[in-house]
Design a binder for this molecule. Structure first.
Ligand SMILES: C[S@@+](CC[C@H](N)C(=O)[O-])C[C@H]1O[C@@H](n2cnc3c(N)ncnc32)[C@H](O)[C@@H]1O
Length: 174
């Protein structure tokens, strides 16, 4: 059914992000890949007032749309730049929640994105179920990523056949 109406998965992804966001009062949130800010808006909707969200995108043109709609929210900081450079400058275990929605920090340097997740914190990805628009070779990359998360000694992971395919991973307490 989701294959017939690809956009229909968006609200389901958003609803899950929003619910998980509400579980981290006063939380520090990070989104890699702002895009036009759809998931950003869902995260903000779930976050309480003291929580903060940093969202990073390398493309100022798409991020400008998010800025137009969401910059009035004082909890949000939009960073225009490369996710890998951004992650490299963050202390380890510094975020309660990471939504990794760009290739960097997900398929490239997953280690850097996982490193910033606090014990008990969430690392969330979507688009893990086969999509009609996947380029040649992406299925193998996705399978490798699922395997890496499932095998990670510091995280427990739940791969969900929900929306476009979501993995919720949590860093185990030290
Ligand atoms: C799947 S889209 C994000 C969708 C968005 N989270 C949403 O919910 O609508 C991926 C985004 O990653 C961004 N991106 C690509 N390379 C990047 C990089 N090196 N650093 C940061 N963002 C990057 C793209 O510009 C694109 O907006």
């Amino acid at each position: 059914v989701p294959r017939l109406v690809p956009m229909a998965s968006e609200p389901r992804t958003g609803a899950l992000l929003r619910a998980l966001a509400a579980s981290k009062p006063g939380g520090g949130f990070l989104e890699l890949g702002t895009g036009t800010g759809i998931a950003t808006a869902w995260l903000l909707d779930g976050m309480d007032k003291p929580s903060t969200l940093v969202s990073v995108d390398i493309d100022p043109a798409v991020q400008k749309i998010a800025q137009h709609h969401l910059a009035g929210d004082p909890r949000l900081t939009l960073v225009t730049g490369d996710a890998i450079s951004f992650l490299s400058a963050q202390p380890s275990h510094s975020y309660d929640f990471v939504f990794a929605d760009a290739m960097p920090g997900k398929y490239d340097r997953l280690d850097l994105a996982l490193a910033v997740v606090k014990p008990g914190g969430f690392f969330v990805i979507d688009d893990m179920l086969p999509q009609p628009n996947w380029p040649e070779g992406h299925a193998a990359l996705a399978a490798g990523l699922l395997k890496a998360l499932a095998a990670h000694r510091d995280f427990v992971s739940a791969p969900l056949a929900w929306a476009t395919g979501i993995v919720v991973s949590v860093r185990k307490a030290a």
